[in-house]
Design a protein around this ligand. Structure first.
Ligand code: ARG
Length: 563
């Protein structure tokens, strides 16, 4: 990454001046977010942070120390300006070098833009299991499952693009009472479940029949198993269609049903390890309280000997470790399951599975008011249909829609990006209120705006073509330089997202890039400019276009080239 080139350059100055290895300073040097101020610096180094980490001796006067250090550092033809302020040293690099390095990298790396950064190479790599989506068969699919699907997809994309071996896993809720309730309604399982659930709520007999059927299932009775298999197949094939529309795929479809037998083995092991206690009611529990007073415990066995959700999760985790030998595992569910996963990891550790230290739950908040014309969201498909229909309606007002090869397809992709951007803007753990009109706005920080900016740049490049080498001195205007400065942050932004698994860093970065690009597009015409200027600008726009597309793909958005 070109940012690394500049970081190295600055770090070597610091290294020479302070007699410490260059690497001490590499990660302490941050690219500065762009501002409208002319000639703003590009990198900052917090002297305060160096002091608090004990890297530099603290002499009690931060300002003086910062100034002295800044004065000792020599400027050169790459790092043109160095100045101190409030415990921070600022560095401004040569504009011509900046432009040149960015263009060079975008030409050379394209799809891999920024990915070769030293910063990103420093991240641990290995096999990562990402478990996400995980709906319950024959039960309500809610907005939370949509969130899990797109968040998990993002995490898997990000981990993959950073060089990990990623296993995308869907852990279906395919074992439980709900199958009993459906035993009489086989083929139309997808249409009737709302009604049947409602009936079950009010009707003891339906509930009772369900329980009885599930008992038969647990005993693996043939008739019951055949029906269950049928439900599972119907549902999975429906889900596959919707995942395809979302551009999401899974390497493994597992499910709770796979781990019933192993769950019983886990219970036995817990028993021999002396970790399982039997209560007066006959249930099997693990005491998780530090003082052993059962103030925090988890039930693993019902009094009738059947397993619970957490028992199957224990078995599933152990089984995945055996099969995939992962280095880390990530579970994506809503935050209400936080406690479940803490208990799960705690029990695994107590059993001696130290790899549970590298298991992680990524929690997310609730979506309020996700409604379609059909009412409260029931099927993922309805949400996608609604996004597409609304987008198509909005697009029909634009004249370019007629020139599109497949307006429905474009509307779907743009509609989905609107959903994703809205969902990824804030911290994942926050709840948010869903509002169709707001997420589909053409202006502002929306997925529509992002796609629109990308498509406009694509059409510009289609129209004019681009040249191989250009003169960087033709891109020294403020708007071009702001874009280049902003691109310096790309690797840091990916780094942040990789560390906390939050997409908001990347979303904000791409939004700012779109706004900068839209402004540049308005003010830096290609058509009618002298040939060399036109070529230079095209190169700039092409670079932005590539980074937008790469970033969108990591988020799980398919960039459209016309809209
Ligand atoms: N099927 C569950 C639900 O819909 C989510 C499963 C999460 N993953 C797990 N390993 N427990 O609530």
């Amino acid at each position: 990454h070109m940012a690394c080139f500049f970081r190295r350059r600055i770090a070597s100055k610091l290294s020479r001046c302070l007699g410490l290895p260059e690497d001490t300073f590499i990660s302490a040097l941050c690219a500065i977010p762009v501002s409208k101020k002319q000639q703003s610096p590009d990198f900052r180094l917090s002297v305060k942070a160096l002091l608090s980490k004990g890297i530099l001796p603290d002499n009690g006067d931060l300002e003086a120390q910062t100034k002295t250090l800044a004065n000792q550092l020599q400027q050169d033809d790459v790092v043109e300006e160095i100045f101190a302020g409030r415990g921070v040293i600022h560095f401004r690099v040569s504009r011509i070098q900046l432009v040149q390095k960015v263009l060079e990298q975008s030409r050379k790396e394209r799809d891999k833009f920024g990915m070769k950064s030293e910063l990103l190479k420093g991240l641990k790599k290995g096999t990562t299991v990402v478990e996400f989506s995980s709906p319950n068969i024959a039960k309500k699919f809610h907005a939370g499952h949509l969130r899990s699907t797109i968040i998990g997809n993002f995490i898997a994309n990000l981990k993959g693009s950073l060089g990990n071996n990623v296993i995308r896993m869907n852990y279906l809720g395919d074992w439980g009472m709900q199958f009993g309730i459906y035993s009489n309604t086989r083929a139309c399982v997808l249409q009737v479940y709302v009604q049947v659930n409602r009936e079950a709520e009010n009707d003891e007999a339906v509930e009772q029949a369900g329980r009885e059927f599930f008992r038969q299932l647990e005993q693996h009775e043939q008739h019951a198993m055949a029906l269950w298999r049928q439900f599972r197949e119907i549902t999975v094939s429906e889900y596959r269609k919707v995942y395809k529309r979302l551009g999401v795929h899974f390497d493994v479809y597992s499910g709770e049903s796979f781990h019933q037998k192993q769950a019983q083995e886990v219970v036995l092991r817990l028993q021999t390890q002396g970790l399982l206690k039997t209560t007066e009611k006959g249930t099997g529990v693990v005491d998780l309280s530090p003082s052993g007073d059962m103030s925090n415990y988890s039930t693993l066995l019902r009094s009738d000997g059947t397993s619970l959700y957490i028992t199957r999760d224990l078995a599933a985790a152990i089984n995945r470790k055996e099969i995939h030998n992962f280095d880390e595992m990530i579970y994506v569910t809503d935050k209400s399951q936080g406690n479940h996963f803490q208990q799960l990891f705690q029990i695994l550790l107590a059993m001696g599975h130290l790899w549970a230290e590298r298991c992680q739950h990524v929690p997310f908040g609730l979506v309020q008011g996700m409604k379609t014309r059909l009412g409260e969201v029931v099927f993922l498909e309805d949400v996608l249909d609604e996004a597409q229909a609304r987008m198509l309606r909005n697009m029909s007002q634009a004249k370019t829609t007629k020139e599109m090869d497949d307006p429905e397809d474009t509307a779907e992709k743009v509609g989905i990006s609107a959903l994703i951007i809205q969902d990824f803007k804030g911290p994942l753990v926050s709840d948010y209120k869903f509002d169709w009109d707001r997420i589909l706005q053409a202006q502002g920080d929306t997925g529509v705006f992002l796609q629109y900016t990308h498509a406009r740049l694509c059409s510009l490049i289609r129209l004019h073509g681009e040249e191989d080498t250009v003169n960087p001195s033709l891109l020294l205007d403020q708007r071009s330089v702001l874009i280049m400065q902003h691109l310096l942050r790309y690797d840091e932004v990916l780094y942040q997202s990789a560390c906390d698994l939050q997409p908001k860093h990347l979303v904000n970065f791409l939004m700012t890039l779109s706004h900068l690009a839209a402004s540049a597009h308005r003010h830096l015409p290609v058509k009618g400019s002298p040939q060399a200027v036109a070529q230079a600008r095209l190169q700039l726009f092409s670079c932005v276009c590539t980074v937008l597309a790469n970033g969108m793909r990591i988020l799980g958005i398919t960039p459209v080239e016309k809209m």
